[in-house]
Design a protein around this ligand. Structure first.
Ligand SMILES: Cc1cc2nc3c(=O)[nH]c(=O)nc-3n(C[C@H](O)[C@H](O)[C@H](O)COP(=O)(O)OP(=O)(O)OC[C@H]3O[C@@H](n4cnc5c(N)ncnc54)[C@H](O)[C@@H]3O)c2cc1C
Length: 278
């Protein structure tokens, strides 16, 4: 893993804003301009995401991560779906985003990569994962053949359900947030050639990752887990800051060692757990 420089590479203008469901706002970006002169970034993996610098009152901007829900290459447009979850710069901007707003972002990248011998897909997550799962299923629908998918999506409000590009043989369940980890655990381990993709709250992600990596010993090529957000992140950030620069140095050291991503993730988990930061 290499450390990325924390600055935007592209800029775009908001050309449309719509409400997909009660708690999901779709922002369409167009007129993408590379700040270094390049044009639209190349399309990436189906769960591609970028750091999006959203405007905050006072003229400044802050970075939060969002999925590229859809690209319309011919028109140079990108859709981003933002959950209205309460307070925070991004969710607050989503509530007031307007045509003409200018946002910046960095180069998209993604992780979704089922091996070619995959015989079934397990796609799970909470409402923040819905944009990625929606796109994964849409891209799969364009393929001639593709493995069937078991999908579990946790929602606090059933009104946030969306129509997804399902195929015969798929199994879609909507569940309560509190049931997500259990529902996901249940789907893991049945098919040795399954590919599992999970994204959601950090503690939920760790529980799913522990199941896949430690309990079931599934090779890392057959799953991807990502922590998309952290419950009570302000308290966590305060505790992280209180741990001092030595912790950041230890993290940088782990990130700079040349081991595979999963070993690196294990080491970071151990480091944070040792300081009560998990
Ligand atoms: C790779 C990746 C892709 C992502 N894709 C999407 C996407 O397509 N759409 C999307 O909506 N989100 C997505 N997220 C999640 C999004 O980045 C976070 O929810 C982010 O914290 C929102 O920023 P904020 O400024 O609204 O809140 P923050 O300032 O980060 O947090 C403010 C408060 O809100 C809480 N909080 C943050 N997120 C949530 C949440 N989802 N539900 C409940 N409480 C929350 C925090 O714990 C904190 O207390 C993605 C994250 C990653 C890492």
């Amino acid at each position: 893993m290499t450390l990325r420089e924390d600055r935007p590479e592209y800029e775009a203008r908001v050309t449309a804003v719509s409400r997909v469901t009660p708690h999901m706002v779709r922002v369409t970006l167009a007129g993408v301009r590379g700040l270094g002169g390049a044009g639209m970034p190349e399309p990436g993996l189906a769960d591609e995401f970028f750091g999006l610098w959203v405007p905050v009152p006072g003229g400044d901007s802050v970075k939060r991560y969002y999925t590229v829900r859809r690209r319309r290459e011919g028109r140079g447009e990108i859709d981003v779906d933002l959950v209205l979850h309460g307070t925070g710069p991004a969710t607050e901007w989503a509530g007031v985003a307007a045509v003409g707003d200018v946002v910046a972002f960095d180069a998209p990248r993604g992780h979704y990569a089922p091996p070619s011998d995959t015989t079934s897909l397990v796609l799970c997550g909470d409402v923040t994962a819905l944009p990625a799962i929606g796109r994964i299923l849409e891209e799969r629908a364009a393929l001639e053949t593709s493995p069937p998918a078991s999908i579990v999506i946790a929602l606090d409000d059933p009104a946030d359900r969306q129509a997804l590009a399902l195929r015969p043989g798929d199994d879609l369940r909507w569940c309560a947030t509190s049931a997500l980890v259990e529902e996901t655990r249940r789907l893991c381990g049945g098919d040795p050639l399954a590919y599992v993709w999970f994204s959601g709250e950090a503690a939920d992600m760790r529980a799913v990752r522990a199941r896949l990596r430690r309990e079931l010993g599934i090779p890392a090529s057959r799953w991807t887990t990502m922590g998309y957000w952290r419950r009570d992140s302000e308290r966590w950030a305060a505790r992280f800051a209180a741990a001092g620069p030595e912790l950041q140095r230890a993290i940088d050291e782990v990130l700079e060692t040349s081991v595979d991503d999963e070993t690196q993730a294990d080491r970071l988990e151990e480091l944070l757990a040792g300081r009560g930061l998990l």
